[in-house]
Design a protein around this ligand. Sequence first.
Ligand code: ADP
Ligand code: MG
Length: 347
Amino acid sequence: MAEEPQRTEISTLGEFGLIEYLTKNIEIQNASTLVGVGDDAAVIDHFGRQTVISTDLLIEGIHFDLLYTPLKHLGYKAVVVNLSDIYAMMATPTQLTMSIAVSNRFSVEALTEFYEGVYLACERYGVDLVGGDTSSSQKGFIISVTAIGEVAPDQFVCRNTARKGDLICVSGDLGAAYLGLQILEREKRLYLDDPNIQPELEPYTYVIGRQLKPEARRDIVEWLQEQNIRPTAMMDVSDGLSSDILHICKQSNLGCVIYEDKIPIAEETRLAAYPFQLDPTACALNGGEDYELLFTIRQEDYDKITTSEQISVIGYMTEITDGAHIITKGGNKYKLVAQGWNAFQQE
Ligand code: ADP
Ligand code: MG
């Protein structure tokens, strides 16, 4: 017979005992971390560099479903999505704080698993966990992460600085995380109907991985720095390409044209879209949670950019009066809209 997994009630440790237990093995990785967990506040010294801060809230039932999200993956993702925001400023993440509120449904073992994912991400991305807060909640699991990063003075990249004629680039591929979610939701429905059913996830490893365990594109930021390419504007793709590109347009006071056939979509994503009768392009435009980087560059940088297989040039910035459009594979021009499944709206 399988051994019963151990379950330690959080109450046996108490709040301080729990914090101590969850943070006792932290090894500081950054010289800028002067004081970490254990005092009233962390102290970070950036030696003349500038600090970038970003924070996110993740709520059980709204942002994640523990029926199909392993806690270790959740811890990893909670960290990574915050680091993605720091990279999207062309900055380097160095520290983070992790605040959690948990109901008594969760055991010390469950939180240990969650923190395994947190520390794995911290290690992979070279970030120090320097603090947080711990509370009980009446229901469910609430996670708040604040990521802190550094950048050389005035080298950060905002969303409002794209210029007319700049090329629009995106890293990796889009739409996969959304389809991963559709598959997990479908399997959840099947499981709830019949708990004995064996989930059929094998053909969908890629898209499910993109949903449950995303990565932040540190490699792209480092590559751009090595190549001496400074994007004119940048953000990460968290809400879907349409919505995110419209942010750059609005904040930069510009329009844009993107080409459907240039949008990078993985073969696995196309295959996963088929049984749902979803258009892979619509998934890329409206799906979200891809955590790729969306940025604009000057036309002079085109030759350099095309040497990276990880970056696609998908369009260019126009005058604001031209609006924001997508040219489909068939050559039709449609207005880009921020949301919903009516991705293509005839003018
Ligand atoms: P305070 O009462 O000053 O807010 P706490 O007792 O809440 O301090 O926290 C003690 C120390 O542990 C602080 O350094 C805090 O940042 C850190 N900490 C609290 N909860 C967490 C957590 N969930 N993960 C990591 N560090 C935490
Ligand atoms: Mg506190």
